[in-house]
Design a protein around this ligand. Sequence first.
Ligand code: XMP
Length: 522
Amino acid sequence: MIDHALSGVPEQKVVILDFGSQYTQLIARRIREQKVYAEIVPFHKTWKEIAGEKPAAIVLSGGPSSIYEKDAPQLQTEILSLGVPVLGICYGLCALVKHFGGNIEGASRREYGRAVIEIKKKSPLFRGLKKKETVWMSHGDKVAVPPKGFEIVASSENAETAAIEHREKKIYGVQFHPEVYHTVNGQQILKNFLFEICKLTPSWTMKSFIESSVQAIRREVGDGTVLLGLSGGVDSSVTAMLLQKAIGDRLYCVFVNNGVLRKNESEKVIERFKRHMKLNLIYVDASKRFLALLKGVDDPEQKRRIIGREFINVFMKEAKKIGRFDYLAQGTLYPDVIESVSTKGPSDTIKSHHNRVPEVLKLIKSGKVIEPLKELFKDEVRELGIELGMSEELVYRHPFPGPGLAIRIIGEVTPQRIKILQEADDILVEEIKFAGLYRSLWQVFAVFLPVRSVGVMGDKRTYENVIAIRAVTSVDAMTADWAYLPEELLRRISNRIINEVRGINRVVLDISSKPPSTIEWE
Ligand code: XMP
C-alpha cells in the first residue's frame, strides 16, 4: 500500500481489492475518470490494514483463480462489516457469493468475450440502461445459487446469475467486467455504483490535487531543499513544476546530457525550463564521459548498465557540489508502485528498476525521497501538467528511454552514428507532427542499422547505412501494434531522410507488433 504521508490524495476514496485480474488497473482508471479517487490494495492485506485506508466503497476485482481451489485468494470477510457499499466483479462476485452462503459451479468451459445480459429487475446499478446490454465476460466459475437475501438483477444466456444485489446492505456483484471498453455501458454501471449507490461526490480533479499536494509538500519539506533529476520527459517535468510551485527555488534540478539525447534536446530543455519556466536548473554536459564508456560496446544490456551507472555517478557528484540537500524527488507513477497481485510485464520491471536503484532505495528507506506523482496514472499526469500551465507539446511528448539513442543504434555507439540518427529521427518526428499523427501514436522514432547496402545518388554509387522507422500504438507499452502510416507520408519521410541525412541511402519500415517483438530494438 502506498504511504500517503506526502500526498495530495483526498479523504474520500474507493479501495479496489486486487485478486489478480489483468483488468484491476483499468478499474482504478475508470473510477478516477469519474473524478473519484481509487486505489488498489492486494487482497492479502489484513482487514485492519484495509479498514485503515478508510474506504468509502470497496470494489472486489476479478482474478484468474477458481474460488474453491486450494490456494484461491480469500476475501477478508471482516471488511464486509465496515458497512460501506461493495461491488464484486467476476471473481469478486464469487467471493461474495461464497461468503454469504450461495453456490458456485465451475463452468465446463470458460466464457470469454462479448455476451448479452438481460436486466431482470430494476436496480440502481443499472439505472439508465436498456433492457438488453452488451457486456464483456471472462470467467470460469459462475454462480449456481445466489445467497439468501440477494436478488438476481441480470442474466445472460450462459450465466443465469449475471448480476446480483442486496439493496439494503448495498452489496452488488456482476459476473461480467464493467471496466472493460467492450462492455458498452460499463462506465454508466460504475457511475451508478459510485453516485447512485455510494453517493460519492466527484471531487478528484487535478486542480484539487495541486492544492493538497502543494500543501503536503510544504509541510514535509519545511524550509529544506529538494534535488530532482530532470530528463525533459513528461514525468520529471511535471514533478519539477509541481515542486517549484510548492517550494520555489529550494528545488534544484539536475539535467545530465549523456550524449545520446535527441537532436537539440539539451538546448531545448535549458531554454524551456531555465529561461522560460525559471527553474533552478543545473546543466551537466557529461556526453564525453558517457561516449568514452560506450566505446566498443555493442551489447544492449551492457549499454543500459553503463548509462544507468554513470548517470548515478554524475548525478551524485553534482548533488555533492550543491552541498546539503534534504530530499531527492522522483517522477515515479502509480503503475510503478502498485503491489500487483498479477504478474507484471517486462516494461514494468524496466521502469521500476530505473527508479529503484540501490542508492535510491537507501534514500527511500530513510524517508528522504519525494514522489509526488506516485498516486497518478499517466493520463492524470498529463492533465496535471496542463493545469500547471505546461504546453501541450511538452505534456504529450512520447516516452523516451533512459539509455536514449544508445539502444536505438544497433551495435557500437559512435558520435557519427548518433549524429545520423538524431537527424533522421528529427525529420521523422517533424513529418509525423506535420501530418497531425503524433498524438495518436504511442511512440515514433528512427533506428540506426549498422548494415550497409548499395545505392545510387546522382551518378555515384553509394554504400551506406539503413534507417528503420518504428511507429506504434499502445495504451501502456505492455503490448503495442505497429501503426499504419499513410503511403504519401512514408514516401516523404523516406525521401527526406535519404536526401538530407548524409550516411543513409535506405529507409525501411518496421511492421512488428509487441509481443513478440518489443517497442525498442534493443
Ligand atoms: P519495450 O522495448 O520493452 O519498451 O517494448 C517498453 C517501453 O519502455 C521503454 N523502455 C525503456 N525505458 N529505460 C527506460 O527508461 C530502458 O532501458 C527502456 N527500455 C525500453 C520504451 O521506450 C517503451 O516505451
